[in-house]
Design a protein around this ligand. Structure first.
Ligand SMILES: Nc1ncnc2c1ncn2[C@@H]1O[C@H](COP(=O)(O)OP(=O)(O)O)[C@@H](O)[C@H]1O
Ligand SMILES: [Mg+2]
Length: 367
C-alpha cells in the first residue's frame, strides 16, 4: 500500500515548515515528524528558530543546541540531527561566503554599523533563517530539513525576506550610497552633501559614516546576495517545501492557524498538513448522548458505579464534541491537506519516547 497523509509528507518533502501560535505543539510536531522521517530512513535535521530551549529539552540534549547541527543518538535506519538558529553567526558566515577576499569580509565584520545594527535590523533574523535553510538543504549530510518557527504572526516573514532583501538592493538609496565605491571614489564626503549632513545630525555623524562604509564594503557582494535571495525564494515556493500548520482546539489558536493558511494562500502555497493537537480524548467512539443513555440504563439497573462513570464519560465527550465543532471550519479551510488529530496526554511530551509515540499517531492519522 502506498503511504499517505503525513507518511507521504515525511517521505517526499525536502523541507517541512511547522507554523502556528505559541504552545500548540509546533516544536513537538517538528521533533516528531523529524524522528518519524529518520525512522523511515531519511537523514533529517530539525532546526528551531524558537529561542525557547524546548527542542533541545525534548530531544534530551541537556546542554542545548547551537548554530551547528548535532546528531541525536537513535536506533534507526536514518539519522536525526538538531540545531538552533543563531542569526548573527549565520550573517557572519554569509558575509564570509560572498566576500571576494578575506580582507573584504573582515572590513564588513569589523564595521560597527554591521555589528550593532545590520544583524538586528528587522528582517535580518528572517533572512538568516531562510539562508540557513538554503545551506542545510544543500548540505550533503541531510535530505530533509524540518523547521520549527517562532510563535508569532511574523513566522512566515522568512518567506518574504529574500524578496525584501533583493528589493532593498535595487533601491535608489542603496545604489546612491554605493555609487562612490563603484566610481572608485573611496570616501563619500558627508559634509559636502546637504542630505547626508541632515541625516548625520539626526543619527550621529559617526553612525552615518559607519553605515556608508558598511554599504561601500559590500561592493561586489550584493550580486551574490541577490542571486542567493532569488534561489532561496524559489526553494521556499517549490513543492519540495511543505507547510504544516499546528493548532489546538482553543479559539485563538484556531484563528491563528486559519491566518497562516490564508497567509500561505496569498503566497500561492497550499498547506500540506494540519495538526490539531491537545484535543480532549473521547474514551471510546460513541457520542455524549449515548453515554448519557447508558448512564441512565445503569441507574435503572441499580449499578451506581457504572452510572457515575458513564455520566463522566458523557461530560468528557461533550467537551470533545464542542472542540470538534470549533475546529471544523479550520479543517475545511485546510481541505486537501493531510489532517491529524492528536489527543492531550496525561504528561508533557518531554522525552524521546513520548515524541516517538506522538509521531506514530501523527503518521497513523487518516484525515
Ligand atoms: N498532545 C500533547 N499532550 C500533552 N502535552 C503536549 C502535547 N503536545 C505538546 N505538549 C506539551 O505542550 C507544551 C507546548 O508544546 P510545544 O511543542 O513546545 O509548543 P510550541 O512549540 O507550539 O510552543 C510542551 O510542554 C509539550 O510537552
Ligand atoms: Mg516551540
Amino acid at each position: 500500500m502506498k503511504a499517505s497523509g503525513f507518511a507521504t509528507l515525511v517521505d517526499d518533502a525536502s523541507i517541512i515548515v511547522c507554523c502556528g501560535s505559541g504552545g500548540v505543539g509546533k516544536t513537538t510536531t517538528a521533533a516528531a515528524l523529524g524522528l518519524e522521517a529518520a525512522r523511515r530512513g531519511r537523514k533529517v535535521v530539525v532546526i528551531t528558530i524558537d529561542p525557547a530551549r524546548r527542542l533541545a529539552d525534548a530531544l534530551g540534549l541537556a546542554d542545548g543546541l547551537g548554530n551547528d547541527p548535532r546528531r541525536i543518538e537513535l536506533q534507526a535506519d536514518g539519522e536525526l540531527w538538531a540545531m538552533m538558529l543563531d542569526a548573527t553567526q549565520t550573517f557572519d558566515d554569509v558575509v564570509r561566503e560572498h566576500s571576494r577576499s578575506a580582507q573584504q569580509a573582515q572590513r564588513i565584520l569589523d564595521n560597527p554599523f554591521y555589528k550593532n545594527v545590520a544583524s538586528r535590523l528587522s528582517g535580518s533574523q528572517e533572512y538568516m533563517a531562510a539562508e540557513k535553510l538554503y545551506a542545510l538543504d544543500h548540505d550533503e549530510r541531510f535530505d530533509l530539513v524540518v523547521v520549527d518557527t517562532p510563535p508569532s504572526r511574523e513566522a512566515l516573514d522568512f518567506l518574504r525576506a529574500p524578496r525584501k532583501l533583493s528589493n532593498f538592493l535595487d533601491h535608489r538609496v542603496y545604489r546612491w550610497l554605493m555609487a562612490p565605491a563603484r566610481g572608485g571614489l573611496r570616501v563619500l564626503n558627508i559634509a559636502a552633501q546637504p542630505i547626508l549632513r541632515t541625516i548625520g545630525r539626526v543619527i550621529g555623524a559617526d553612525v552615518l559614516a559607519d553605515a556608508i562604509d558598511f554599504f561601500q564594503a559590500f561592493e561586489g557582494i550584493e550580486s551574490g546576495f541577490r542571486d542567493r535571495a532569488i534561489a532561496v525564494e524559489g526553494l521556499l515556493r517549490s513543492d519540495r517545501t511543505r507547510y504544516v500548520v499546528v493548532a489546538s482546539p482553543r479559539s485563538d489558536t484556531i484563528e491563528e492557524a486559519r491566518f497562516f493558511i490564508d497567509e500561505l494562500r496569498t503566497l500561492t502555497i497550499a498547506a500540506s498538513g494540519l495538526v490539531v493537537n491537545r484535543l480532549q480524548p473521547r474514551f471510546g467512539s460513541g457520542t455524549s448522548a449515548a453515554a448519557r443513555r447508558d448512564s441512565k440504563a445503569a441507574a435503572e439497573a441499580g449499578d451506581h458505579k457504572a452510572e457515575v462513570l458513564l455520566r463522566n464519560v458523557a461530560e468528557i465527550r461533550k467537551v470533545a464534541e464542542a472542540e470538534e465543532k470549533a475546529v471544523a471550519p479550520l479543517v475545511s479551510a485546510a481541505k486537501g491537506a493531510a489532517i491529524a488529530r492528536l489527543y492531550l496526554r496525561a504528561d508533557d511530551v518531554h522525552d524521546m519516547e513520548a515524541i516517538a509515540s506522538l509521531g506514530r499517531d501523527l503518521l497513523a492519522a487518516t484525515n
